[in-house]
Design a protein around this ligand. Structure first.
Ligand SMILES: *Cc1c(COP(=O)(O)O)cnc(C)c1O
Length: 367
C-alpha cells in the first residue's frame, strides 16, 4: 500500500535531529515564549526574507490575528470586506469571519486553482480593505497582478501561505509577497510540526508589534493588556522541532518537485488533466492536484492498485452547512474543481519505485 503521506517516514528521516530538539526543549524548563520560539522566528523570517516573524498556535489564528491587528491599527473596521478565492480551504474564510470582517468569494482559474486576478476588481466595493491571496496546493498566486490591483484600490494584500512554505515568485519567497502572510505548521504541511503551530510574517513593524501583542492576550508587557487579545502562541517544543526541520525544507521541496516533474512527464491518460507548470520554483507541490471528470472511478482504480489518494476538497466552502449564507452564490469554476480534483501521493518519503507505480496505475486507468 502506498500511503498518501506517511508522516512517520517524513519525520523519521530527521529522527535524530527531532529527538535532540525535543530533549533540548524538554530540559530547558521554559515552555512558552522562550528562546526556542525566538530562534525559530528569527530563522523563519530570514528564510522568507522578512524583517518580522511571530509564532502563533496554528495557521487559522495567524490569518485571524493579522486581520485583528489591522482593526486595532484602524486600517480595517467591523464589517469591512476581504476578497478571497472561493475554492480555498475553509480556514481562510473562517479567519476573515472570526475577525468580524466579510469574506467576498472570488472565482479561481481552472489552470492555476488560484484566485483569478481578472475577476478581483468586480468583487471590490467601497468596503473592501484587503485581498487574501491563497497559494493553493503550493503554487504561488499571481502576486504581481494582485499587488497592482491592491495598490490601485489602496488595499492590503495578505498571503495565506499555509500550503506554500518556500515557494518563490520573482526571486522572493512566500511570506514576503504582500503586506503580511499567515503560515501553518500543521504536521502534514511542507514544513510541519509534531502538533499545531503557525506564524505571521511581515515587513511592517507596527503590524508585527500589534499582532505579537494580540497573540499573547493583547499584552505589550507582562500584566499590561493593551488589546482584547487571544491566546495563540507557538510553544517551545514545536519551535524546537521546526528549527530542526527548516534546514531540510528546500531539499524536501526539491524532492516534491522532482516527483511532480515525473508525474507531468510520464502520466499520459486522456482521462486526466495534469497541472500546467511553467516555472517550478513557483510551486512546492504541497498537493499534486490532477483533474478528472472520472475522479471517483479513478480513485477507486488507484485504491485497487494499492495507492491511497485524497480529494482537496470534496465540498466547496459555499456548499458547507457552516457557510449557509453563501449557498446562493453561483461559482461554477470552484464547483468544477471540487468535482474533479484528485490528489496523488507527492512527498519526500516516497521512493522512485513508488512514484513509478503511481504513474503506471494512473496510466492503466480505463473508465
Ligand atoms: C492548513 C491550512 C490553513 C490552516 O492552518 P491550521 O494550522 O490547520 O489552522 C489555512 N489555510 C490553508 C490554505 C491551509 O491549507
Amino acid at each position: 500500500m502506498i500511503k498518501y503521506c506517511d508522516l512517520k517516514k517524513v519525520n523519521g528521516a530527521h529522527g535524530n535531529e527531532l529527538r535532540a530538539a525535543v530533549l533540548r526543549a524538554t530540559e530547558s524548563g521554559w515552555y512558552i515564549l522562550g528562546i526556542e520560539c525566538k530562534a525559530f522566528e528569527n530563522s523563519f523570517a530570514g528564510y522568507c526574507g522578512c524583517t518580522h516573524c511571530i509564532g502563533t498556535g496554528n495557521g487559522l489564528d495567524a490569518l485571524t490575528i493579522i486581520l485583528l491587528a489591522y482593526k486595532e491599527m484602524g486600517v480595517m473596521n467591523e464589517g469591512d470586506e476581504v476578497v478571497v478565492p472561493a475554492n480555498t480551504y475553509i480556514a481562510t474564510i473562517l479567519a476573515i469571519m472570526h475577525a468580524g470582517l466579510k469574506p467576498v468569494l472570488c472565482e479561481p482559474t481552472t489552470e492555476t486553482c488560484n484566485i483569478d486576478p481578472d475577476r478581483i476588481e468586480d468583487a471590490i466595493t467601497e468596503r473592501t480593505r484587503a485581498i487574501m491571496a491563497v497559494h493553493l496546493y503550493g503554487r504561488t498566486a499571481e502576486m504581481e497582478h494582485i499587488n497592482a490591483i491592491a495598490r490601485k484600490h489602496s488595499l492590503k494584500v495578505i498571503e495565506d501561505a499555509a500550503q506554500a512554505h518556500g515557494a518563490m515568485y520573482n526571486g522572493k519567497r512566500t511570506g514576503n509577497l504582500g503586506d503580511a502572510a499567515g503560515f501553518s505548521f500543521y504536521p502534514g504541511k511542507n514544513l510541519g510540526a509534531l502538533g499545531d503551530g503557525g506564524a505571521i510574517t511581515t515587513n511592517d513593524p507596527q503590524l508585527a508589534q500589534t499582532a505579537r501583542a494580540i497573540a499573547n492576550y493583547g499584552s505589550t508587557e507582562k500584566y499590561v493588556n493593551k488589546y482584547q487579545g487571544v491566546n495563540s502562541r507557538l510553544d517551545e517544543l514545536q519551535a524546537a522541532v521546526l528549527s530542526a526541520k527548516l534546514p531540510h525544507l528546500d531539499s524536501d521541496n526539491e524532492r516534491r518537485r522532482s516527483i511532480a516533474r515525473r508525474y507531468i512527464a510520464e502520466i499520459d491518460n486522456p482521462q486526466v488533466t495534469l497541472p500546467q507548470v511553467e516555472d517550478y520554483s513557483r510551486h512546492v507541490f504541497h498537493i499534486f492536484a490532477l483533474m478528472s471528470p472520472q475522479r471517483e472511478k479513478l480513485q477507486e482504480h488507484l485504491k485497487a492498485e494499492g495507492i491511497e489518494t485524497l480529494i482537496h476538497y470534496p465540498i466547496p466552502p459555499h456548499r458547507q452547512e457552516a457557510l449557509k449564507q453563501f449557498s446562493h452564490l453561483s461559482l461554477p469554476i470552484t464547483e468544477q474543481i471540487h468535482r474533479e480534483e484528485l490528489s496523488l501521493p507527492c512527498n519526500p518519503a516516497m521512493s522512485d519505485e513508488e512514484v513509478t507505480k503511481v504513474i503506471e496505475a494512473v496510466n492503466s486507468f480505463r473508465p
